[in-house]
Design a protein around this ligand. Structure first.
Ligand code: NI
Length: 230
């Protein structure tokens, strides 16, 4: 499942992010790529342990914890500290797959990359190219979102970032280990959760018609109990 989550960051946060990232020291993105990805990766990144990256990453993680759509779609167990990249004219990231397991900063911990996330930080009118192109069971989709919006897609997908031909594209990217490893199970739970919200909203405060929502919520939680790994 690929899903776009609007408004993860607000206008004030975006302005602050862009100003701070503008003044930062960027490094060659190839430093963090595997040997296959290195051949197709041309961009810049904030080094993993950069204090600004850590500070802004915490703002993103706090925003995600408050976001019901993210919680319902990702069922997150662990969120890797967000990283930041910058693409300028001529930069691109050709077709690649993300590694299945990633270390968490300089710690001994690792996470399984069930889901990949890209949070767009630049106004899409300010640059040309730079679409994130995701290939998966749904076919090929090119994604270029408003600043502050985020795309969530299966970590199993082959994907690329189209070359930038004008301007600059700032983004945050990171991975999530989900409580539910398989994408198709997360899709079922997400669809069921949305249907329950609808049934509950239609029932309003009427306790007789609210009962089906309670029954369905029971099914949701029992499926989650069966499938969740903690
Ligand atoms: Ni990637």
């Amino acid at each position: 499942m690929m899903i776009c989550i609007p408004g993860v960051l607000d206008a004030g946060q975006l302005l602050d992010f862009r100003q701070q990232l503008e003044a930062a020291q960027w490094a060659d993105g190839r430093g963090s790529a595997g040997y296959l990805a290195k051949q197709v990766k041309r961009n810049q990144q904030l080094p993993d342990e950069h204090p600004l990256g850590k500070q802004l990453g915490e703002v993103i993680v706090r925003a995600l914890h408050r976001n019901p759509m993210f919680t319902s779609a990702a069922l997150p167990l662990k969120i890797l500290p967000p990283l930041f990249n910058r693409y300028e004219s001529g930069h691109t990231y050709g077709r690649h797959v993300d590694g299945a397991i990633r270390p968490v900063g300089n710690t001994v911990h690792r996470i399984r990359t069930d889901l990949s996330a890209t949070l767009f930080l630049s106004d899409p009118a300010s640059y040309d190219g730079g679409e994130l192109v995701i290939n998966d069971t749904f076919g090929q989709r090119a994604v270029k979102l408003a600043a502050g919006d985020m795309v969530l897609y299966p970590g199993t997908s082959v994907h690329q970032v189209n070359p930038i031909t004008r301007g600059q594209r700032l983004a945050s990217f990171f991975w999530i280990q989900s409580m539910v490893r398989e994408d198709h199970k997360r899709v079922l739970l997400y669809d069921l959760d949305r249907a329950i919200q609808q049934v509950a909203a239609n029932a309003g405060n009427d306790s007789a018609t609210a009962s089906p929502a309670t029954e369905l919520a029971g099914v949701y939680h029992n499926l989650l109990r069966l499938w969740a790994e903690l």
